[in-house]
Design a protein around this ligand. Structure first.
Ligand code: DQQ
Length: 640
């Protein structure tokens, strides 16, 4: 960082702090998650209070529940977002849309807060917005409801910055809903850093009449590396829905890319009847735009496209590319977040700047009908080019999969995924690889290794690691060769979601790890492989996460997630799992297939969160080498 930048930062930082804090205070408010020790102390305190209340109740003849909500309550699904013209924001995949809640206690709910995933201090968060690296700081903006733990009508842009993705500072709200053109919500958008150093921010506003329009904003002070203050362009909106497009089907502008003519282009998601589409606009100054006659791409039957992302990847190197890069050795990735099923689908293809079209390499793996970034909970993601370390980084919104009234009890909802580097898989050429950014490794504490553990067919082996509520796990598996050869071929297709989860037994699987499991395994979340042999003798590997036994509570989602993972000749099966309280992120084969789950155990929490190896195959034994690192928490402070 240049000296003048550092001074500017300090002045601004102290200026804000001094008006709000007393002498000797820094202006930072530390709010890390409680350590195990803190929790034990507070548990003791709670216990004493509970005994005291219990005695009082007993004396007065009352029956007081120990749950937060004064005993189980009835819940009913409430839709959020749809009526206002965006995808459903509350949880809808529970088996029923109403029921009786589990008697959650404050101790259980406190444990759910994560240690090394990005979260605001409280309230609701959804999409990551406008990520960028600017003057020494990584910035993340996010959809935020300052008024509560549910999605709301007045969504604003929350903001935080970090030098290293490990120590974060929460900053004041970047933009609030304060103009006619965004009074119903400051919705998702992107930033672009121009070659002259100017920063452009484009976002969707929902107007006083709920029309979706695009607005321009820019930093008030470019020499502030924290970019605290933002100015909205006085002549907003800069774009309104094009003729023939519904007022509520036009949102989420991308980062701009510069063409060979020097003009800039952005793309914006929409739909024409049931056809998902990405319109392209060209501009010189980000104030006046011209729509191009052809959309970048459309796919029939995929419905509204939210949060489109469009960026180049290199065919021959793992170095990330600036969003404007095109030409030889470049493929373009297109991603759309499907309003209909709330999953992020991507495809790899070729961008032709001259006629402004993008064509997928394989029409069967097109946007919205082929492969996904993640086969669990992962939506409205956004990537950015990190010019600091020459890499492309992806953030995704990980929603809750419990009920809204429990989120209200917790006082917060949603986390952001671990930021992932994103490169083209040069070995397959047909998928990208997503991998936790290297900075996360700095949170690893002393790891424990278990080498060449034989896990026989039908067995479960506990791994002696004290606490694994926060853990990074890397495991490698070798299937018994003879069993592999002898396994009978099967014409039945295996599918993680419908084929019975970890309890299903086949000749060659499932096998993998059980995380967030209590010692009796009344609760467990399995992350596993399942290998099947096709009738032509070829092997097919699936990577799955089974949440069906993840919690004793019934008011949480318990789906089995997963998909096929490419395994090339001579490759071992391997996976990495990040466990962070209520989130489990799994990466198979270096990030070819990823699965993120939210799980809400009631017993397998704090020091009771254990890890096991398991092999539920009927024939094959597997030899497993695994390393488990307990993880430190990130540090998150607040600039007040
Ligand atoms: N979330 C924003 C919209 C976007 C949606 C509103 C995706 O801009 O389309 O909070 O989750």
């Amino acid at each position: 960082m240049a000296p003048q930048e550092a001074t500017g930062f300090l002045l601004q930082f102290q200026g804000r702090a001094s008006s709000l804090t007393g002498p000797g205070m820094t202006g930072h408010n530390r709010h890390r998650r409680p350590s195990v020790k803190d929790v034990s102390i507070s548990r003791l305190g709670l216990l004493l209070v509970a005994i005291f209340i219990g005695l009082l109740s007993h004396a007065s003849g009352q029956d007081k529940s120990r749950s937060l909500a004064n005993g189980p309550v009835d819940w009913k699904h409430v839709s959020r977002g749809k009526l206002h013209g965006v995808s459903e924001k509350s949880m809808v995949t529970l088996a029923s849309t109403s029921g009786r809640s589990f008697p959650w206690t404050s101790n259980m709910l406190a444990w759910q807060r994560t240690g090394f995933h990005f979260q605001p201090e409280k309230n609701w968060m959804n999409d990551p917005n406008g990520p960028m690296f600017y003057k020494g700081y990584y910035h993340i903006f996010y959809q935020y409801n300052p008024e509560g733990a549910q999605w709301g009508k007045k969504i604003v842009w929350g903001h935080a910055a970090s030098r290293d993705f490990v120590e974060w500072t929460h900053l004041p709200l970047a933009m609030v809903a304060d103009h006619w053109y965004d009074v119903n919500g400051v919705w998702s958008g992107s930033t672009t850093i121009l070659p002259n150093g100017q920063v452009i921010l484009l976002y969707t506003g929902s107007t006083n009449n709920s029309v979706q329009c695009q607005n321009l904003a820019y930093p008030a002070n470019l020499s502030d590396p924290l970019l605290i203050d933002w100015v909205k362009y006085p002549n907003n909106p800069v774009l309104t829905p094009p003729p023939g497009i519904n007022n509520t089907d036009f949102r989420d502008p991308t980062t701009a890319w510069q063409t060979s003519t020097g003009k800039w282009r952005i793309t914006i998601g929409s739909k024409v009847r049931r056809t998902g589409t990405a319109f392209v606009y060209e501009t010189e100054d980000f104030k006046k735009y011209q729509i191009l006659s052809r959309p970048l791409h459309t796919v029939d039957g995929t419905g509204m496209w939210e949060c489109v992302d469009f960026f180049p990847v290199s065919t021959h190197s793992n170095i990330g590319l600036n969003t404007s890069t095109n030409g030889d050795g470049v493929r373009h990735v297109m991603k759309a977040s499907l309003d209909d099923d709330r999953h992020d689908y991507y495809a790899i293809g070729t961008y032709n700047e001259a006629n402004n079209t993008w064509v997928p390499d394989n029409p069967k793996i097109d946007v919205g009908v082929g492969i996904r970034y993640d086969y669990g909970v992962f939506y409205a993601s956004k990537s950015f080019y990190d010019q600091n370390k020459k890499r492309r980084i992806l953030w995704g919104w990980i929603r809750e999969t419990d009920t809204e009234h429990v989120d209200v009890m917790k006082g917060w909802a949603s986390v952001q995924s671990i930021p992932r580097t994103l490169v083209l898989d040069q070995k397959t050429g047909t998928n990208i690889l997503q991998w936790p950014i290297e900075e996360i490794d700095r949170l690893r504490l002393d790891g424990k290794q278990f080498k060449n553990v034989e896990v026989k067919a039908g067995s479960v082996i506990p791994l002696a690691v004290k606490s694994t509520s926060q853990a990074d796990i890397v495991a490698e598996f070798q299937i018994d060769k003879a069993a592999l050869e002898a396994a009978p071929p099967s014409a039945e297709g295996f599918n993680c979601t419908n084929s019975g989860g970890a309890a299903q037994r086949g000749a060659l699987g499932p096998f993998g790890l059980l995380v967030l499991a209590d010692h009796m395994r009344q609760e467990q979340t399995s992350v596993h492989f399942y290998v099947s042999k096709s009738t032509d003798g070829s092997l097919k590997t699936s990577f799955c996460t089974d949440q069906s036994r993840s919690s004793n509570a019934d008011d949480v989602d318990k789906q089995v997630y997963g998909s096929f993972v490419p395994v090339l000749e001579g490759e071992k099966l391997w996976m990495r799992i990040l466990v962070d309280h209520s989130i489990v992120e799994g990466f198979a084969q270096g990030g070819r297939t990823c699965i993120t789950s939210r799980v809400y155990p009631t017993r397998a929490i704090y020091d009771n969160a254990q890890v096991f190896l398991f092999n539920n195959a009927t024939k094959a034994s597997v030899v497993v080498s695994v390393k488990i690192w307990p993880m430190k928490s990130m540090s998150i402070t607040t600039l007040r």
